[in-house]
Design a protein around this ligand. Structure first.
Ligand code: ADP
Ligand code: MG
Length: 420
């Protein structure tokens, strides 16, 4: 393919200009492949790595189709975007607003999600909206209140589709689908797409274009994957050590397994003067929103979170993702580490591995075709993994020829200390 431009893909000069204003020099591969098909109204399954610009890949052509259609009052919801988390809903809504700003006709974009009072959302939906970005639960509440109608939806987008096709969302999703007209455009986007959800995709999509930019983590050379062997009980100290090596402006996202751990680890960091904050699902929505905003603005440099923040969240300049607790599944690994190295920038993904979790890490590596040496950091060498020290073993390299294991570990630690 030659060098595509946004206009050569069929987008209007106004939208191409909006891309320039957003700092997009050229379409990303998923954008180049998806936009022409979506402008034609095709269904689409879009698989592309984290941080590759999937949001604009659907927002741009849908905005163009919205601008072309007839205007009706009250407005009818013509585009419905479903996302799994509130934070992602807000973020996707912002992309529609900023790229659509230049449109000749003002488009109305409404973001609806739980955790905030429903009344303002009901008010906002009076008179309709062109685009609704929603989490499924709140959307259903609004339908139950007759606050909006979905019978004019022309395009349905499932972002983070495999998550939305998950069992957890199944009942809500099916009720939403039942409220939609049968005749519509369907778009599914994700960075991971386990085979189990293929059947659901098949039932949803008609004559779909399948755009599959290499979607594995190995297709993101900008992510430097690392695994550090450390005893579970020393992870917080090691984290503090890593934070201390960070440069001032750097930002870090730390994933832990539980809400309790987000708060516990955050407290320990804050006690050492680190600008850290916890982010989890039991916090109030205004707290959740302000934590992410603080991270984006640099008021906070470390956010300790659960898998709540694993999907879709785009924080430009996030340099490092730490798996303090390992993710449950290899796909979760992809999404977590994909919060860094976005839009071609570099990032480091560090996983803490203990004797007890080493086998699980190997599984994650295997599924993602990664092979990571277990680094050790000086002062944090795991006791559980250390081979028994033989009294006759010297501390230097063997006969000065090949570097000993210890030398390698030291080199790895030094590399880490140098920062990435
Ligand atoms: P994905 O959904 O694929 O994970 P996003 O849509 O969140 O990725 O985009 C990731 C980042 O890349 C965002 O900050 C976005 O503004 C930026 N971006 C999107 N398209 C382009 C482009 N064509 N050129 C440069 N940056 C882009
Ligand atoms: Mg996305």
């Amino acid at each position: 393919m030659g060098i595509a431009t946004f206009t050569s893909l069929g987008l209007s000069p106004a939208l191409a200009q909006a891309c320039t204003s957003a700092g997009f020099a050229a379409p990303s591969p998923i954008q180049a492949q998806a936009i022409p098909a979506l402008l034609l109204g095709r269904d689409l399954l879009g698989l592309a790595p984290t941080g590759s610009g999937k949001t604009a890949a659907f927002a741009l052509p849908l905005l163009q189709r919205l601008a072309a259609g007839p205007q009706r009052f009250p407005r009818r919801v013509r585009v419905l975007v479903l996302v799994p988390t509130r934070e992602l809903a807000a973020q996707v809504g912002d992309v529609f607003l900023s790229l659509g700003r230049s449109a000749a006709r003002r488009l109305k974009v409404e973001v609806v999600h739980g955790g905030v009072s429903i009344n303002p959302q009901m008010m906002a939906l009076r008179g309709g909206a062109d685009v609704v970005v929603a989490t499924p639960g709140r959307l259903l509440d609004l339908l139950d209140h007759n606050a909006l109608r979905l019978d004019s939806v022309e395009s349905l987008v499932l972002d983070e589709a495999d998550r939305l096709l998950d069992l957890g969302f199944a009942a809500e999703r099916d009720r939403v689908l039942a409220a939609l007209p049968a005749q519509r455009q369907n778009l599914l986007f994700s960075a991971t797409f386990p085979p189990e959800v293929q059947a659901l995709a098949d039932s949803l999509l008609r004559d779909a274009v399948r755009v599959e930019a290499a979607s594995q983590v190995e297709a993101i050379p900008e992510i430097e994957h690392r695994a550090i062997a450390v005893d579970a009980g020393r992870r917080t100290e090691l984290l503090r050590h890593l934070v201390a090596q960070q440069r001032r402006w750097q930002r870090m996202l730390v994933f832990v397994a539980t809400r309790y751990a987000t708060e516990h680890v955050t407290r320990k960091l804050v006690a050492r003067g680190v600008h850290a904050a916890a982010l989890h699902g039991q916090m109030s929505q205004s707290q959740r929103t302000s934590v992410l905003q603080d991270l984006r603005e640099g008021a906070v440099s470390v956010v300790v979170t659960t898998d709540l923040a694993a999907r879709g969240i785009d924080v430009p300049g996030l340099d490092m993702v730490v798996n303090y607790d390992l993710p449950r599944s290899p796909a979760d690994y992809v999404h977590r580490v994909g919060r860094t190295a976005r839009a071609g920038l570099r990032g480091v993904a560090v996983s803490f591995v203990s004797a007890a979790t080493d086998a699980h890490m190997r599984l994650i590596e295997q599924q993602n075709t990664l092979r990571l040496v277990r680094e050790q950091v000086a002062g944090f060498e795991p006791v559980e993994l250390q081979p028994p020290v033989r009294p006759d073993a010297g501390s230097g390299g063997i006969k000065g020829k090949r570097p000993s294991k210890k030398d390698k570990l030291r080199a790895a630690a030094a590399k880490l200390a140098g920062g990435g």
